[in-house]
Design a protein around this ligand. Structure first.
Ligand SMILES: Cc1ncc(COP(=O)(O)O)c(C=O)c1O
Length: 364
């Protein structure tokens, strides 16, 4: 079996961390040991249960309102997505995906030989999923609907009623809904709930990487029915002999302080949303749908500005990194990080303004 390269990740590995103003990241800036007051005795070096550290699963189970048997710890949400898809999709099954999309969510089902159908999230509809389109696209052959909530790249949230309806549509045709919720713990509005709480055909994927600022741990989780968890235990045996225990115990220590970490993330992101909104007011030919939380947002560029060219100019001349929307299959947009220091955002935006001006009158 040959695996196709994931273009976005190839690009990210080439360029991320090399620009002074890195607005390409999707994580809130990394937390320190001091911020989570990590002590050596919290680090557990014993071999954890293959399904994951028992205490960590108990903590997550309580949050999701499910038994610990419905929680499986993974190597980040990436492994979660791979396992959830492997447990759901066979060759030629139909899978519904959103567009714009985070590329691995597209490549993984594709790699399993699924027939992919796209549902379009449009800027002029606030990047929201259109239920009528979804209903038109599902069929008796649909095995999975794979979504992000909050949406990557736009940072908008799917309201709880809509998520429930999506679940009902999926259930009616015998499909599973797999939702990457790696940004959801930083949703500003109340009332949002993880997909897995809406029924046993719904699967939630979570992670320490994004809003908790602990990507180095490579700890994520799947919450789903016992039937799903049983299936993915078998698949897991093909890809890993287990996951490191120490990082799971650090994740546990951090999640015990999740109110502190989430307040930190919210504060950083809200400051940066304000900075971007102020900048947009002064640059009337750019706009966005203000993110509802998470750590990223999508900026709509003026009509004459092509995103790939702009990103290259910003990188090469201004040491500023942004992700062209092209990596998410949308033209005329860039994705901005809202999780970095405000100063980085403000200087990055100033550079963005200069680069857009330069593209408007290239002789300068
Ligand atoms: C929507 C979405 N899902 C999953 C992931 C992967 O997260 P992790 O670092 O936990 O593997 C990302 C990373 O950017 C993402 O944006």
């Amino acid at each position: 079996m040959s695996f196709r390269k994931i273009d976005y990740l190839t690009w990210a590995r080439t360029f991320m961390g090399r620009s002074r103003y890195d607005l390409a990241r999707s994580n809130v800036k990394a937390v320190t040991k001091e911020e989570i007051e990590l002590t050596l005795d919290q680090i557990d070096v014993s071999i954890p249960d293959p399904q994951g550290n028992e205490d960590l699963r108990q903590l997550l189970a309580k949050r999701y309102g499910v038994p610990a048997s419905c929680v499986f710890i993974t190597n980040g949400a990436t492994m979660g997505l791979f396992l959830a898809c492997a447990a759901t999709i066979d060759r030629n099954d139909e899978v519904l995906l959103e567009s714009p999309n985070y590329e691995p969510l597209y490549r993984i089902p594709m790699q399993f030989g699924a027939n992919l159908k796209m549902i379009e999230r449009r800027f002029d509809r606030g990047w929201q999923i259109d239920l009528e389109e979804l209903e038109r696209r599902v069929s008796r052959s649909t095995r999975a609907i794979v979504l992000t909530n909050m949406h990557n790249p736009s940072g908008v949230a799917t309201n709880p009623e809509k998520l429930r309806t999506i679940g009902q549509i999926a259930r009616a045709c015998g499909a599973r809904v797999i939702v990457s919720e790696v940004y959801l713990d930083n949703v500003f509005a109340s009332g949002h709930k993880p997909a897995a709480t809406y029924g046993d055909h719904m699967v939630s994927l979570g992670s320490m990487s994004k809003v908790y600022g602990l990507g180095s741990l490579r700890v994520g989780w799947i919450v789903g029915s016992e039937e799903v968890i049983d299936r993915l235990k078998t698949i897991f045996d093909y890809v890993a002999g287990g996951l490191p225990g120490p990082t799971q115990s650090i994740a546990l220590a951090a999640l015990k302080k999740s109110d502190v970490l989430l307040a930190r993330c919210r504060d950083i992101v809200q400051r940066n949303i304000k900075a971007v909104s102020e900048w947009i007011k002064k640059h009337e030919d750019t706009t966005w749908i203000e993110p509802e939380g998470g750590t990223v947002g999508m900026l709509k560029l003026p009509p004459h500005v092509e995103a790939l060219g702009l990103a290259t100019l910003l990188r090469e001349k201004y040491s500023t990194l942004v992700v062209p929307g092209d990596f998410f299959w949308v033209k005329g947009f860039i994705r901005l990080s809202l999780g970095v220091d405000e100063e980085v955002v403000r200087i990055g935006l100033k550079n963005l303004g200069s680069a857009i001006e330069q593209m408007r009158s290239p002789q300068r």
